[in-house]
Design a protein around this ligand. Sequence first.
Ligand code: PLP
Length: 366
Amino acid sequence: MIPLVDLTAQYHSIKKEMDAAVLSTLESGHFILGPQVTKFEESVAAYLGVKHAIGLASGTDALVIALRALNIGDGDEVIIPAYTFFATAGSVMSVGAQPVVVDIDPQSYQMDANKIEAAVTPKTKAIIPVHLYGHPSDMNPILEIARKHDLKIIEDNAQGYGAEYLGRKTGAMGDVGCLSFFPTKNLGAYGDGGMAVTNDDALAGQMRMLRAHGWKKKYYSEMVGYNSRLDALQAAILQAKFPHVDAWNEKRRELSKRYNEHLAPLGITTPVEREWAKHVYHLYIIRHEKRNALQAFLKEKGIASEVYYPIPPHLADPCRKFGYKEGDFPHAEKAARETLALPLYPELTLAQQDEVIAAVKEFVSK
Ligand SMILES: *Cc1c(COP(=O)(O)O)cnc(C)c1O
């Protein structure tokens, strides 16, 4: 059986460091925030080249807390791409605002910057580009539209840790960048975790308050906040993984290139990497008209694959009230019918990859 991701293989490759990180945290007596969390926040801030990094309980919370810190809520609109994980839309709705959807570029799967301006209304407060699959969104036109209409940018960088746009790290270009350390992400914890990053001192202060009950001073709530703190165990694990991520991302890039070389000649639509992009392949996504049949065939051969995502956010149940219907965002809907993620993780062996390639080859030559 070839899994989609193999977290155990990664653990075994760095077992000593992971075990030491966990044990030293248990000995430290600090479990929520504290020195381990501060150290990891400083590491990520330096890596991305931002002033502030705020460790949170999840990537979803990072989006919610970023929106709250920017005072986005009832009656406001936030522009999001038509193809993303539901949390992008859900976080906007959970602060009382309305997600306004724009279609994607069908090759890169990123928000189509040319379609954003038509979606701007007097109620629009922010745009959330999502660096989907680890490929950056086309940020310069998005930043330009935001400047022109006085909108905030929240980057959903849950899948893009380490990716670059014209040499700049994703997550560090907008007003706030949101990271997820869900175990399968490129930098993953052994549980939930997230982070918000910003260069804005005031926003950073707001987000620090929001993660702990609205406190500046302990027990003196100044607003209704959340309990959304990165815990020390996860921070210690993440700090120990942190120096490995660039090499892991390189491995993902090499394996993806190898997939491309073998699959493109079979007529499979393989991922693109725009000339301004450094893709970190959180997911390796192919496209096929008979996607469901291909997935079933791979399963028979003992090869896992997954659909990210079967339902675009505008067609998800909680968004029905906005009146979106099938056909509104044809590129996203077609992607939902045709895309498939193949096994990809830094520890995937060439022999395993060859098995996946052979299975796809067998399917297309049937
Ligand atoms: C994983 C993910 C999130 C949410 O992160 P969690 O840590 O799971 O809450 C948000 N947006 C995108 C695009 C994601 O992939």
